[in-house]
Design a protein around this ligand. Structure first.
Ligand code: CUA
Length: 317
């Protein structure tokens, strides 16, 4: 019977049972107090109603025990909710170390997805069972929201920045993917599905799917066609800093500060290079805003992340 009348979406990720447990706890607590208060209102309205022989309404003096009780008990309950919620929030916000990176670009009205091996999908996402998947997402136009109820995962996808989410599927099958932020007339059609496959089946899917260029490879090509290598070469007189091994490090800036070289910083440096210029270099880099799309920016970043080693090493020009 419950199959035709599901109260809960399927539970298919490593976090979904934990989210459900907290949710049930909140419903339980709210239900308990709502029932208690309703019952007391009814009972008291009979028990203490005004009668001719028994006038009511005399003022009472305070009761320390009662006041302490109704302060400490709710404080305890809300602290339990807070701690529980915070633990779950951190578990959902911090991906484990061994994730597979998948890029997602939302636009009116579709989800464009690219796998690290180069496969592209629209409104579909194939993932292997048990593998943690980390999504790096952005939007080409307005705010969307990547929502997979079976994974208890929902993350807004915003233009002009990267948002991240991760999940580890624990059940094979096909699960709904929704856009959960009203984004225009066809918002309701911005839907898709997440296919969770056994690892061998996933390998088969990967080899069967038309693999485009891997993002890092496309990024390398873009790096050349856009002539980024003219300035970002590993030479002492280069106009731009070397990009080898720069990802994940702190760089000193012209204005005296420092910046962590992460996806956000790289994106900003490509689109608005004057914002934070590396120390020791002139602000001469042209902006690529409007010239390349979000997917290209992601590809460039994927390429820059592969540039390992100290500046001068790596053998790239
Ligand atoms: Cu995209 Cu609603």
């Amino acid at each position: 019977m419950w199959k035709d009348f599901p109260l809960w979406p399927e539970s298919a990720s490593s976090l979904s049972d934990r989210v459900d447990a907290l949710y049930l706890f909140l419903i339980g607590i709210s239900g308990f107090f709502a029932t208690l208060i309703c019952a007391l209102i009814v009972v008291f309205s009979f028990k203490y109603r005004r009668r001719p022989d028994r006038p009511r309404g005399t003022a009472i003096e305070g009761s320390l025990a009662l006041e302490l009780a109704w302060t400490i008990i709710p404080l305890g309950i809300t602290l339990v909710i807070f701690t529980w919620g915070a633990k779950l929030f951190f578990a959902a916000a911090i991906p484990p170390a061994d994730t597979t990176d998948v890029y997602v670009v939302g636009k009116q009205w579709m989800w464009k997805i690219q796998h690290p091996q180069g496969q592209r999908e629209i409104n579909e996402l194939h993932v292997p069972l048990g593998q943690a998947i980390r999504l790096t997402m952005t939007s080409e136009d307005v705010i969307h929201s990547f929502y997979v109820p079976a994974f208890r995962m929902k993350q807004d996808v915003l233009p002009g920045r990267y948002s991240r989410a991760w999940f580890r599927a624990t059940k094979t099958g096909v699960f709904h993917l929704f856009c959960a932020e009203y984004c225009g007339t066809k918002h309701s059609q911005m839907i898709g599905s997440v296919h969770v496959l056994e690892p061998q089946e996933y390998e088969r899917w990967l080899s069967g799917a038309i693999a485009g260029e891997p993002p890092a490879e496309a990024g390398r090509r873009l790096f050349e066609t856009l002539r980024c290598d003219t300035c970002h070469k590993d030479a002492p007189d280069a106009r731009g800093p070397s990009l080898h091994g720069v990802f994940g490090t702190q760089v000193a800036l012209e204005d005296g500060g420092t910046a962590l070289v992460n996806e956000e910083y790289l994106r900003e440096s490509i689109l608005r290079p004057m914002q934070r210029v590396t120390k020791g270099y002139q602000p001469v880099m042209p902006s690529y805003e409007g010239q390349i799309g979000e997917e290209e920016v992601l590809q460039l970043i994927a390429y820059l992340k592969t540039l390992k080693g100290a500046a001068g090493g790596g053998g790239q020009r």
